[in-house]
Design a protein around this ligand. Structure first.
Ligand SMILES: NC(=O)c1ccc[n+]([C@@H]2O[C@H](COP(=O)([O-])OP(=O)(O)OC[C@H]3O[C@@H](n4cnc5c(N)ncnc54)[C@H](O)[C@@H]3O)[C@@H](O)[C@H]2O)c1
Length: 316
């Protein structure tokens, strides 16, 4: 990749995944413009770097958004901004539609008008688009079946991106992330809940349902996959599963942490934290991304959790 082709516009770039990605790309010599309203993301997650430009802005502000994209004239646009926490999306469906669907429409319209330099657009979809599917392992080519507000919005985002590709011919990919964990996670998922309790010295952890299994993937593997998709010369519209091929329950995660810290941790389940609709098994097929891109997770759960314990400076 030539150095004058390394301009990246990232919406939601101050969030959990976005900040890790931005810091990585800055390290690779990219010029990055992060566009984020800081509703949950933080400026402090981003390294200071002369190649980083930050705009505090909302993707619902069409004028600021399209002006920012046009002025920067990126080679790549990665759209990560969204309301991401499922219980919040269910509580505020209209806000979710505005933010996740109208917001994506604005981002793609801005991309359409951004000029000739734009080579590729990536958006964050989610494994949640398979929630209603019965298969044990989800393949990209199968029909999708969203079941709640968040997954509906991601499903629509994929249709929006496909339409964008059809009318512009700009290469596009929907990235179906599955259960990502790592430092600076912003939403109150399992790992932040466990880590904040560990830091406060609790030895009996309060969690939701200990049984459902999830293909937890360390954030650096996600960053690596995104970087590989950007560099891939393949043309067209694609959707890729990005997750782990191994599933773990919350109970198993706590046991693994116990082993790593050398202290027996107990847990109890709080019924108010249990989601009404929850699938017990949830696993992506990684055949497509392995075959087309050569990506495979480098972190197994122990390696990822060790890194997280180290970066979160957990001392028991
Ligand atoms: N973390 C996961 O496990 C996971 C799994 C599947 C999909 N995803 C998707 O990946 C993307 C990034 O996830 P994340 O975990 O980093 O979430 P995050 O909430 O940390 O990041 C989203 C970022 O977008 C910003 N944002 C939200 N609404 C905005 C708006 N209207 N205008 C501008 N900025 C706005 C937030 O401030 C935040 O920094 C999201 O689209 C999410 O749905 C994440």
């Amino acid at each position: 990749m030539k150095s004058d082709e390394k301009k990246m516009f990232i919406t939601g770039g101050a969030g959990f995944i976005g900040s890790r990605l931005t810091n990585h790309l800055l390290g690779e010599g990219f010029k990055v413009l992060v566009f984020d309203n800081l509703s949950v993301g933080r400026r402090s997650f981003l390294n200071n770097n002369k190649n980083l430009k930050f705009i505090k802005g909302d993707i619902l502000n069409k004028k600021l958004l399209s002006g920012s994209v046009k002025d920067f004239s990126p080679n790549f646009l990665i759209h990560l901004a969204a309301i991401h926490f499922i219980p919040l999306c269910n509580k505020y469906p209209i806000k979710t539609v505005e933010n996740n669907i109208i917001g994506t429409k604005n981002v793609l319209e801005a991309a359409k008008r951004s000029g000739i330099n734009l080579k590729k657009v990536l958006i964050a979809s989610s494994g949640a688009v398979y929630y209603g599917c019965k298969e044990k392992e989800h393949k990209e080519e199968k029909d999708l079946m969203p079941t709640e507000m968040y997954s509906y919005s991601k499903y629509v985002n994929e249709l929006q991106l496909r339409h964008f590709y059809n009318i512009t011919g700009i290469n596009s990919a929907a990235m179906r992330f599955f259960n990502v964990y790592g430092p600076n996670e912003t939403n109150p998922h399992l790992f932040p809940a466990i880590f904040s309790q560990l830091k406060s010295g609790r030895s009996t952890l309060v969690i939701g349902n200990p049984k459902p299994k999830r293909p937890y993937i360390f954030v650096d593997d996600i960053v690596n996959a995104i970087t590989m998709i950007i560099k891939l010369p393949k043309k067209g519209f694609e959707a890729y599963n990005i997750g782990s091929d191994k599933e773990y329950s919350a109970a198993e995660v706590i046991n693994i942490i116990s082993g790593l810290v050398g202290k027996k941790l107990k847990f109890k389940s709080d019924p108010s934290l249990i989601r009404k609709e929850d699938v017990i098994h949830f696993k992506p097929s990684l055949t497509k991304i392995k075959k087309e891109i050569g990506w495979w997770p480098k972190y197994d759960i122990k390696k990822g959790l060790s890194k997280l314990l180290e970066e979160e400076k957990v001392q028991l």
